[in-house]
Design a protein around this ligand. Sequence first.
Ligand code: GUN
Length: 291
Amino acid sequence: MILIDGKKIASEIKQEIAQEVKNIIETGKRAPHLAAILVGHDGGSETYVAYKIKDCEVVGFKSTLVRFEDDVTEEELLNKINELNNDDSLDGFIVQLPLPKHISEQKIIEAIDPKKDVDGFHPINVGRTVIGLPSFVSATPFGIIELLKRYNIETSGKNCVVIGRSNIVGRPLSVLMSQKSINATVTVAHSRTKDLKGLCKSADILVAALGSPEFVKEDMVKEGAVVIDVGTTRVKSDQTKSGWKLKGDVLFEEVADKCSYITPVPGGVGPMTRVSLLHNTLLSAKKEIYK
Ligand code: GUN
């Protein structure tokens, strides 16, 4: 069994991006620039955005944090998005989710210029991904595809089962896995799937992205399968300082020995999702998606 080291690959990608930034600056151009809009003071969102800003610093990007209080109106937020859409000094920006209930997340996502949507959430980017046009791909699907590529894992003709059909993980990943450069045969499983155990057992590549801790057990996995665990549920723990620990969707201790490759939680898919934003911002700065 080979443990897929997402932390190591993410660090390699960051070094590659940092080198590209140096090259860009040497040619006299400005550094890539990412902005993040953060509404309110949710602990999780504060942490994620702080990581995103720090990642920018590490690779040499410029970053800008735009903060609003919880009582910001939808109109105020839309005005700021319009301003950022038209700001030529900015290559991309994100609006950290979730947003307060009085604001429509879909309306906000759709207000972002697809050319600056480095989260890859805008329907234009999702649609371009589906029809195989260059697009900003959302973080987790990007991270998984990159891990498969960098570990030279054979995907062509393989049966891939994706458990979970969320808009930002399961569904886009299923599209990418079936595209011509990957060539897997994909089945998307969900809560109404019949004989889920049997289906999972037929998978050469099994992706667990349903958000249910330790859902995938040993008897659901084929000998020699590649298992990708997208789960990141925080569960209470008296063994850690923080009082919680991360659990994946796969019962790692049971499943690992059966696999040819497996991603751990933490340290597998998670670290890769953070580099995706940097990758997309660099693509935007280089005008590689929308030429
Ligand atoms: N909230 C949790 N994950 C994400 C993400 O990838 N992007 C944004 N904008 N908000 C999030």
